[in-house]
Design a protein around this ligand. Structure first.
Ligand code: FRU
Length: 474
């Protein structure tokens, strides 16, 4: 019965350029990697409900990070050590050509009143389509944790190989003494592991537990990403990595996301050297909140190209999205000074990629764009140049309302000039500010026919717009 209902979401209700589950629940991206000439992405899936349940690794592949083809599920919870779920993890290519997955096996403990259990790290090998769990699983257990490490909060390995061919992995752990920590393990072969070091801890930063770490080099620096539990943030720490000693020297940290919905991000390196991040476009605190009748729950963010400039992380929609742009509409030097909400010819839609530049004509106090708008509903992005603050407000977005309705971020002062790129899909809006210095993502459940877009300026400003429809197939 449930399954029948869950399979009903038809194509014209689905997001067009964001990956969604076929039916049921989706959370974290997993095993984001290049293998056999394609991008492979797995994700946490529970197909029998729109709420979380014992997760499997659903599997999709893509040539361009936008269009995904579904493959059979790669891992399902069927062993004693992972019967409560094949939790998040990552992938790499072995020397012998096999695709290797490292994930967390979850075994519930019926005595634990908080629904927790044992979390151990496990391995599977495959050919890009079919995967088999290693029979020596689990390869890392709670017994290998440093002092104070809680074996019930120990998960999400990110695996890689060092230049000398040895294996390393970082994973999330809760330490009873100092809270969140990211642990570094090492192995000669990916199967026999030992604890190496506490790579980072959460002291002075948001979140009592950090999940889903990613750890990679970018533009001469080393980046550590994590999702912070108990807080809405995804954190990015930038520093350097002493691989011999297994030490991360942090120089700075920032949020990866300034909106509502981005968590558990994972990266892949493209053949032309770009580092691309994808996240679960959801906030774990509101993910299970449902007042809507959709047979799916969950979607991925647009993949974002990363760059470090002046010690800060920049994020832009992956270049491949440009190949899906069509029906260009440009509006040049539009002067706004009427103190009214303005509609512009041809500027509307709900599968949209729109670039806007706003500059003061004389001076303005406030710039606003409303989208996913109909007679009753809209989502609103506001910029106040004198405070240099941007706000994303979805309190009028209609169904599926949660307590998280307003997000705000400081924006670099550019004397009133603002560049934004807004991606709208049927269930989301993502706003990239000033070439990706900030990103604000929001899941919205506003009826997909709410296609109006309006502009409002208090003061006088000039706008330049390039707007495209995003089509389903290239
Ligand atoms: C993050 C998370 C991970 C875990 C997975 C289980 O959303 O809690 O830490 O591996 O989800 O589905």
């Amino acid at each position: 019965m449930m399954n029948q209902r869950l399979s009903e979401l038809n194509r014209n209700e689905r997001p067009v350029f964001h990956l969604t589950p076929e039916r049921g629940w989706m959370n974290d991206p997993n095993g984001f990697s290049r293998y056999d000439g394609k991008y492979h992405l797995f994700y946490q899936a529970y197909q029998d409900s729109v709420q979380w349940g014992p997760t499997r690794w659903a599997h999709v592949v893509s040539e361009d990070l936008i269009s995904w083809e579904r493959l059979p599920d790669a891992l399902v919870p069927d062993q004693d050590y992972d019967i409560g779920g094949c939790f998040s993890g990552t992938a790499l290519t072995c020397e012998d050509g096999r695709h290797m997955l490292m994930y967390t096996g979850f075994r519930p403990d019926p005595e634990d009143t908080q629904g927790r259990g044992l979390q151990t790290q496990c391995i599977a090998f495959g050919d890009g389509r079919t995967y088999e769990k290693y029979d020596g699983n689990p390869v890392i257990t709670g017994a290998m944790l440093p002092d104070g490490g809680d074996p019930r909060e120990f998960r999400d390995p990110k695996i890689w190989r060092e230049a000398d061919g040895t294996f390393r992995a970082v994973m999330a752990n809760y330490n009873r003494i100092h809270g969140a920590q990211i642990l570094l393990f090492q192995s000669p072969d990916g199967l026999k592991w030992e604890f190496m070091n506490v790579l980072a801890d959460g002291a002075g930063k948001p979140g009592w537990m950090w999940e889903c770490p990613d750890f990679f080099s970018l533009d001469g620096k080393q980046v550590l990403l994590a999702g912070t539990m108990g807080d809405v943030d995804s954190i990015c720490r930038i520093g350097t990595y002493d691989s011999e000693q297994g030490i991360f020297h942090e120089h700075s940290w920032q949020s990866t996301e300034q909106g509502f919905d981005f968590y558990a991000g994972q990266t892949v390196q493209t053949p032309d050297g770009r580092r691309v991040l994808i996240g679960w476009m959801q906030n774990p605190q509101t993910a299970e909140h449902r007042e809507i009748d959709l047979p799916i729950n969950g979607q991925m963010s647009i993949p974002r190209e990363l760059q470090i400039l002046d010690g800060k992380l920049l994020q832009k929609p992956v270049t491949e999205l440009n190949g899906y742009r069509t029906d260009e509409v440009t509006c040049r030097n539009v002067k706004l000074d009427t103190d009214e909400e303005v509609r512009l010819d041809g500027i509307a839609g709900r599968t949209v990629d729109m670039e806007i530049r706003v500059e003061p004509a004389d001076r303005y106090e406030l710039f606003q764009v409303r989208f996913a708008k109909d007679a009753e509903h809209y989502t609103e992005f506001t910029y106040e140049p004198e405070l240099s603050v941007a706000t994303l407000d979805r309190s009028h977005a209609g169904p599926g309302k949660t307590k998280l309705t307003k997000a705000q971020t400081a924006v670099r002062d550019r004397s009133g000039r603002l560049d934004i790129r807004i991606l709208l899909d049927r269930l989301s809006a993502e706003v990239f500010i000033n070439d990706g210095e900030q990103v604000m993502s929001a899941v919205i459940y506003t009826d997909r026919h709410a296609e109006d877009i309006t502009f409002y300026v208090k003061g006088t400003a000039v706008m330049n717009i390039a707007k495209y429809r995003i089509k389903e197939n290239k």
